[in-house]
Design a protein around this ligand. Structure first.
Ligand code: AMP
Ligand code: ZN
Length: 464
């Protein structure tokens, strides 16, 4: 059986995946900041981590998957300035911070379900792990990695010698640091571990700490919560590619400084969904939400299918034309599955050879576009017995997540008036009045149905 290889951002290489504990995997995915709807770009990143988890499971690993929920501490700027996104949203919507985070977290969960993304083992919330975050900052303080400024407790990035290992950037300009003033950071790359509440600030979410009333920095939550649930050293950490230079670089620095151990073995990052060739973040707007896509007449699974057509490390340009193309191709796929389900074709059992082909592709750093090609080839392979083929398709769907089991002939309810039109058309055809019969086909179409002639008489279907 082919071994699973994953591209590790740390080494910039595809590596054979070896878990810390045989047969088990601890995996952490940076989760949403719940101050607004997640757009389909954010959701592409969760489809990627879902595929990773499903591929691990297909390979027989037992996966403990954690997705955190950022409900405090994520500021509008990555450089520890600006307002807390949740507090800002609470002001904008004139609501309690808790109401905001509860609402958007609920929507996020609904979106995941619509996209057939498996729910994680744990969903830790930053606001419910303040004790753990303070504990970690205390450890760093004891080891001399922190300093105090006017507005918070900061991590001194110059004390961690592999700071640039992940980002592999030559950031001399940044490293040189700027003029040090009281209340400023010592180096541009230092980051907040704990921020103080402003005296006149009216923060809704703040806590007491050994350093004063305030709230945790954004990065510390992921280190504290991942280590709490998965241990100080675990297997896989994922996120969008934007997390490489700041968020994940900082997570490594603070975690490894606190424990003196390696933090994570494999770092995997999903490329962005682009809109008109541009990177779109949640705050800049420009990408749809899943509900908007649904309102335009697309099933959410069509977006999942679109994501499967591009490798997770390649940027994907989103447009409604692309989505339309994915919709058509998905409809063909579905139609074929239904046809095979109805066939009673006794061919050979090609389960083993197709399983091997499929495994080679998914185990090559989750090459889902090529794995899909194997599936499409298999659909058209007339040598393969239809019953066995369907079974294998359903097995492959444990990775694809396209709801293949639900692809069955729908029992459509045809309105009486459509049946009458069909009968009249049939009688015109018998009289060889083809042009008149075609007019009736048009009238049937206008009512949302198509009619086709088969050896057993006419067949009416729903127009997709
Ligand atoms: P946020 O809720 O802003 O913290 O983002 C949630 C996740 O979405 C993070 O892992 C980001 O890296 C990711 N992300 C943000 N924008 C995009 C995008 N346009 N395409 C793909 N992933 C994105
Ligand atoms: Zn994170």
């Amino acid at each position: 059986m082919s071994k699973l290889k994953l591209y590790n951002t740390l080494t910039r290489k595809k590596e054979t995946f070896e878990p810390i504990v045989q047969g088990k995997v601890g995996m952490y995915s940076c989760g949403p900041t719940v101050y607004w709807y997640q757009h389909i770009g954010n959701l592409r990143t969760y489809i990627f981590s879902d595929l990773l988890r499903r591929v691990l499971e297909f390979n027989g690993f037992k996966v403990k998957h954690v997705i955190n929920v950022t409900d405090v501490g994520h500021l509008t700027s990555d450089s520890d300035e600006g307002e807390d996104k949740v507090e800002e949203a609470a002001k904008r919507e004139k609501k309690k911070a808790k109401e905001i985070t509860k609402f958007y977290f609920h929507i996020f969960k609904e979106d995941l379900k619509k996209l057939n993304i498996e729910l994680p083992w744990k969903w830790p919330k930053a606001s419910e792990h303040i004790k753990e975050q303070i504990g970690l900052v205390k450890k760093l303080e004891k080891k001399g990695f922190t300093y105090r400024t006017r507005d918070g407790i900061y991590f001194d990035s110059s004390r961690f010698k592999n700071y640039w290992k992940m980002a592999k950037l030559d950031l001399k300009g940044l490293k040189a640091g700027k003029r040090v003033e009281v209340g400023d950071k010592k180096h541009k790359t230092d980051f907040a571990l704990w921020k103080f509440s402003l005296e006149d600030g009216k923060r809704q979410q703040e806590w007491k700490s050994p350093w004063g009333v305030g709230f945790p920095g954004w990065h510390i939550e992921c280190s504290a919560m991942s280590m709490k649930y998965l241990g100080k050293h675990f297997d896989i950490h994922t996120g969008g590619e934007d997390h490489i230079p700041v968020h994940h670089t900082n997570e490594i620095a603070q975690s490894e400084s606190a424990t003196g151990k390696r933090f994570v073995n494999y770092w995997l990052h999903g490329a962005f969904l682009l809109s008109k060739g541009e990177k779109i973040s949640k705050s800049s707007g420009g990408l749809y939400t899943i509900s908007e896509i649904e309102k335009m007449g697309y099933d959410a699974v069509v977006f999942r299918y679109l994501c499967l057509l591009t490798h997770y490390r390649k940027p994907l340009n989103f447009s409604l034309d692309n989505l339309d193309a994915a919709k058509n191709s998905f409809q063909n796929f579905r139609r074929k599955v239904i046809e095979i389900r109805n066939e009673k074709h006794k061919g050979n059992d090609l389960t083993e050879s197709y399983t091997n082909l499929f495994l080679i592709e998914i185990n090559d750093d989750l090459n889902l576009p090529r794995a899909l090609r194997v599936v499409l080839k298999m659909l058209d392979d007339f040598d393969f017995s239809s019953g066995k083929k369907i079974k294998l398709l359903e097995k492959f769907d444990e990775v694809l997540g396209l709801k293949i089991k639900e692809m069955k002939e729908e029992k459509i309810i045809i309105p009486k008036e459509v049946l009458e039109l069909a009968e009249e058309r049939e009688s015109l055809r018998r009289q060889k009045l083809w042009a008149k019969a075609d007019l009736f086909r048009e009238r049937i179409r206008e009512k949302g149905f198509s009619i086709e002639d088969t050896n057993d008489g006419y067949k009416i279907s729903n127009l997709d």
